[in-house]
Design a protein around this ligand. Structure first.
Ligand code: PHE
Ligand code: ZN
Ligand code: ZN
Ligand code: ZN
Length: 296
């Protein structure tokens, strides 16, 4: 009910985890990090799930939460190019920029490219329970056989791609542009360069962002899979230099409604969403047809 407080605890699929998330249910609010499995891209659809306990002030129940994973029907099944975005939100709000934006963008690309016969197989994944600690993506990677893991040649992640006070950020896979996190698996720098080239071609400035595992690519880089992605900023504050590069307002958060009730359809930059959807489509198309995928 609107106004009720809720706590979601426990990932039953991974004993020992005690991830918690608390918030107040408002309207409109996505209460439960779960999705239906009601669409297919191409002909193949598989769903893998894990369970979470959902508690409100009056109820406590275990809900199964599902990733939605759709493979394109064409392409070499031994050369998978995987894209992902998390579909859940925090309890505090509807999660339109975080992460309706990334989910909508990859769905649009799936709808277009899923119809085309490609050299490599495209896999589109919509993760559950990211906000509880990357649970859906962790569950997926942990439950792949070594053989199936080895087929995934590239992973591309999109979490927040339409922040209203945006910067055009690229995951720093080669550890050359941002601070701290260290390089990703071999091949991640090549993915970063493709996104740089895309923005350069459109005469759009861009910068790097820490490749630190703070989204669903974490389990993929931990497994050694070349990975990348784009990002327009969360609670971080835009610098004066970034105001020069991208417009917007220095000194304010890239997303002033990050994890709040105001993360609604009003909380979107259409320009950032369009530029990033083009970046996603470009990278997906390049790697869908590549004979020489990133990595060793
Ligand atoms: N994963 C964060 C979230 O969903 C967003 C984020 C991604 C923040 C990357 C920083 C860096 O809330
Ligand atoms: Zn979030
Ligand atoms: Zn997110
Ligand atoms: Zn870099």
């Amino acid at each position: 009910a609107a106004g009720a407080s809720a706590v979601i605890i426990m990932n039953e699929g991974q004993p020992g985890r005690t991830d918690t998330l608390q918030g107040t249910l408002g309207e409109p609010t996505v209460h439960i990090p779960a999705v239906g499995v009601s669409f297919a891209v191409g002909e193949e659809l598989s769903a893998a799930g894990t369970s979470v306990r959902v508690k409100t002030d009056t109820t406590s129940e275990i809900r199964k939460t599902h990733n939605v994973v759709a493979d394109s029907r064409w392409g070499d099944p031994n050369k998978v190019v995987q894209l992902g975005a998390h579909l859940d939100s925090v309890l505090a709000g509807p999660g339109i920029n975080d992460n309706g934006s990334g989910s909508a963008a990859i769905l649009e690309v799936a709808t277009a490219l899923g119809k085309i016969p490609t050299r490599n197989k495209l896999r589109f994944s919509f993760w559950s329970a990211e906000e509880l600690g990357l649970l859906g993506a962790e569950h997926y990677v942990a439950n792949l056989s070594p053989a199936d893991l080895a087929k995934i040649k590239v992973y591309l992640n999109f979490d927040m791609v339409a922040s209203p006070n945006y910067a055009l950020k690229i995951y720093d896979g080669d550890d050359s542009d941002a601070t701290g996190a260290g390089p990703g698996p071999e091949g991640s720098g090549e993915i970063e360069k493709l996104f740089e080239k895309y923005f350069d071609t459109l005469r759009q400035r861009h910068n790097g962002t820490d490749f630190d595992g703070r989204s669903d690519y974490g389990p993929f880089i931990a497994a050694g899979i070349p990975s990348g992605g784009t990002f327009t900023g969360a609670e971080g504050v835009k610098t004066p230099e970034e105001q020069t590069m991208f417009g917007g307002t220095a000194g304010q958060a890239y997303d002033p409604c990050y994890h709040q009730a105001c993360d609604t359809t009003a909380n979107i930059s259409d320009k950032a969403l369009a530029l990033n959807t083009g970046a996603i489509a470009t990278a997906a198309a390049v790697y869908a047809f590549s004979r020489d995928l990133p990595g060793p």
